[in-house]
Design a protein around this ligand. Sequence first.
Ligand code: AMP
Ligand code: MG
Length: 414
Amino acid sequence: MAERLPDDCFALPPGVDWTPVDDALARLRAVLGPVTEAETAALSTAAGRILAQPALALRANPPAANSAVDGYCFAHASLAGERGDLALRQGRAAAGHPFAGQLAPGEALRILTGADLPAGADTVVLQEDVTLAEGRVRFPAPRKPGANARPMGEDAAAGEEVLPAGRRLTSADLARGAATGIAEVALRRALRVAVLSTGDELIQPGSAGPGIYDANRPMLLALARRLGFQTLDLGVARDRVEEVRAAFDRAAAEADALITTGGASAGDEDHVSRLLTDEGQVTTWRIAVKPGRPLALGQWRGVPVFGLPGNPVAAFVCALIFVRPALGVLAGEGWTTPQAFDVPAAFEKSKKPGRREFLRARIRDGRAEIFHSEGSGLVGGLSWAEGLVDLPEPALTIRPGDPVRYLPFSGFGL
Ligand code: AMP
Ligand code: MG
């Protein structure tokens, strides 16, 4: 069974007015926990899924010392001086075809890349460095024992934790697990995320007529799917309490979390916040962030509700900054902090104090460009952007070349 959140989990300390972004994030991080159960699955099917338990190596990798090159193997201790001069033993060792015998001191054996070192050998000399004549193998002596050999367990020891719990598995992780003999892993079942748009003005692409096309739902559904979540498309609820309530009930019955857009403020037609206030639990978070108006964070029958602003730009930025890490926690991934680095600005800007600002941005020629307009109605800027420039709360004047913090969308898992 999924854990229920405490009723007041999104409550803010009394007297809080504008919450700084980092405080809001710390609060989310503190109150949320995983809600998805574990299930066993084949490692080969697990890319993009989240590990519920650490994966331990079933065997060392490599399982035995082997050769890193094509050449000749021998015991380093049997060399005397600067030049190797060893007796060539009959036979060879190849990958998948180990040499059954044991090398005596003073003997060398033909060995190919990936072959286990036979008993009595610890070092390999490259075939290019060798002269073969009269049954002898002659070469300049490698200085170190173990040269050109891969020690057993170099990559992983048996029993070692090779993949931690909470890890969202990559294709490379599948190789890491498979290389140590892991066939099955404990995964979190996929988080089920419901998405609802609200507003009387919304119409669907493909239909004509007056109205605003619903841009948020395809965006947020795709974002959730991209993060490996299952999605539940709740369509559009008109600005009527019964419609919003019916959608909430469906989310509570069929999903682990609900993302809504629109109607999250405190106006007459803001039915998301109204309903959560009257019949659920909600805290309207006035976060000092731009773009973004109040964020309604609440619960409906134990299911967390993320009430985002209707404006698509604000909805997108708030989804990345607040909802993405929160969903990661619910999904069992733990708290994720997006990758961020400083790059020189390619733009000029002065900002007022008070709010953290996220600007639609991308990197060209090593500098962060921002979209030509900060207009929050410009959905084109979202599509243009490849990341966000993150400006701190205080007043700031940025000139070209000044360092600014850049958060690539890829760092959010997009
Ligand atoms: P609201 O938060 O409901 O006051 O909406 C703020 C602005 O966002 C209004 O101009 C809405 O028309 C617009 N809006 C709300 N929902 C969507 C949506 N799903 N797609 C595009 N625009 C929207
Ligand atoms: Mg509205």
